[in-house]
Design a protein around this ligand. Structure first.
Ligand code: MG
Length: 348
C-alpha cells in the first residue's frame, strides 16, 4: 500500500504530482478568475484574493523567527505576490497537549507584532487541542483575503506601455521572452536557519531566517511598475519557483550563477551538507519578472528597502530554449531541473 511520506510535503516534483494526481482529481472546476487549477500563490474570485496556508515548522522557535511570524508572513506574502493588498486574516491554532502556555503567549505576541508590521488584522479563527504526538508544540493555519490596489492598477498600466498584457493580476503564467528576472535578496537563509535548529548544527556564524511580511515592499515596487510575475520562493527554493514559471508561461529562463546573491556562510554550510542553496526555501524573499525597460528601476527601488538591499537581476526569460538553464561562473550551461523536494523537512 502506498502511503504519504515526508517528501510529499516538500514542495518539489513529488508534491506537485500528488496535487495533480490526487487533489486535482477530486477538486477544482470553479469559475474563479484564478482557480485552484492555476496552482498559483493565491486564488482570485469576485476580485477577492483568497489564500490558505498551514505552518508546521519544526522547531516552532528557530534563529531569526518563530511559527507565529512565519504564519502571518507566509499568507500575507502569497497574497502580495498576486499584486493584492491584504485585508484580513483567519487564524487556526492546532495546539498539542503539553505546549507550555508561556510558548503560546510568545507565539501570539509574535503574530500580533507581525500583523502590525504588515498592517493586517486577525478577524476570525479557531483553536483545537490534540493529544501529545509529533507536532512539536503546534501547527497553525492562516487564511487571508486581499483586494486590488491602486498600486496594482498603476503597475499594469506601466507594463502596457512596454508590451501587450491582458491579465488583471500578477501570475506565474505571465512571463514572456525578454522579461528580466530579479531576486530580492540572499537565497537559502531560512532553510538553513531551521535546519541548524533541527540538528543542532553550528555553521561558524549564526545564519538567521529571513522570515518577514513583504507586502509593504511589494507595494513600493508596484508603484514603480512593470512587474508581470512575482513569487515567494519558499519550499523547493528559487529552482522550484523558476521551473513553475517556465512551465506555466511556456518560456525558457536563463540564470547567471555569478549574479545569484548567496551569503558566504550559507554557501559554505551547503557545500558541507551537500545541499543546493537554490533548492532551499526562503520566507522573506521574492522573485520578480519585470519588463526589461523597468528592470533597473525596480532593482534600485528594491535596494532602497531594508528587505531588498541585496537584490540582483539574475537573468531573463528567453524563447531560445524551454527549460530553466543556469550559466555557471566558468561560462558553461546546465539545466536547473525542478527539485524532487526541498532537502530540509518541515521548514514552513
Ligand atoms: Mg507562494
Amino acid at each position: 500500500m502506498k502511503r504519504i511520506t515526508m517528501i510529499h510535503g516538500a514542495g518539489g516534483t513529488v508534491m506537485t504530482e500528488m496535487i495533480k494526481n490526487h487533489i486535482m482529481k477530486y477538486l477544482g472546476g470553479s469559475n474563479a478568475e484564478v482557480p485552484l487549477e492555476a496552482l498559483d500563490d493565491s486564488a482570485v474570485i469576485n476580485d477577492i484574493v483568497f489564500k490558505s496556508d498551514s505552518h508546521a515548522v519544526k522547531p516552532i522557535f528557530f534563529p531569526g523567527g518563530d511559527i507565529g511570524r512565519l504564519s502571518v508572513a507566509g499568507t500575507v506574502n502569497d497574497m502580495a505576490v498576486m499584486g493584492a493588498e491584504p485585508v484580513a486574516l483567519a487564524l487556526g491554532l492546532i495546539l498539542e497537549e503539553g505546549l507550555p502556555i508561556e510558548d503560546l503567549d510568545k507565539i501570539l505576541q509574535s503574530i500580533a507584532e507581525t500583523c502590525e508590521e504588515a498592517e493586517v488584522n486577525v478577524i476570525t479563527g479557531d483553536t483545537k487541542v490534540i493529544e501529545r504526538g509529533s507536532l512539536g508544540g503546534c501547527v497553525i493555519n492562516t487564511s487571508g483575503i486581499g483586494k486590488r490596489s491602486e498600486a496594482l492598477e498603476k503597475n499594469i498600466q506601466e507594463v502596457k506601455k512596454h508590451r501587450s498584457f491582458k491579465e488583471r493580476w500578477i501570475l506565474d503564467s505571465n512571463l514572456r521572452n525578454g522579461d528580466k528576472i530579479i531576486v530580492s535578496g540572499t537565497l537559502g537563509d531560512h532553510g538553513l536557519a531551521v535546519l541548524s535548529a533541527q540538528k543542532g548544527y553550528s555553521f561558524g556564524s549564526q545564519i538567521l531566517s529571513d522570515v518577514a511580511p513583504l507586502n509593504k515592499m511589494i507595494m513600493k515596487l508596484l508603484n514603480v511598475g512593470g512587474i508581470v510575475a512575482m513569487k515567494d520562493p519558499t519550499r523547493g527554493g528559487l529552482s522550484n519557483s523558476l521551473n513553475e514559471w517556465s512551465e506555466k508561461s511556456k518560456v525558457g529562463i536563463l540564470v547567471k550563477e555569478k549574479k545569484l546573491p548567496i551569503r558566504g556562510d550559507v554557501e559554505v554550510a551547503c557545500e558541507m551538507l551537500g545541499l543546493d542553496p537554490l533548492e532551499i526555501g526562503n520566507e522573506g524573499k521574492v522573485v520578480i519578472g519585470v519588463v526589461a525597460a523597468k528592470a533597473e528601476e525596480i532593482l534600485t527601488a528594491l535596494k532602497n528597502t531594508k528587505e531588498g538591499k541585496d537584490a540582483e537581476i539574475i537573468g531573463e526569460a528567453t524563447k531560445s530554449f524551454s527549460e530553466v538553464v543556469i550559466e555557471t561562473i566558468v561560462g558553461g550551461k546546465r539545466i536547473l531541473a525542478p527539485p524532487i523536494g526541498d532537502p530540509v523537512p518541515r521548514i514552513c
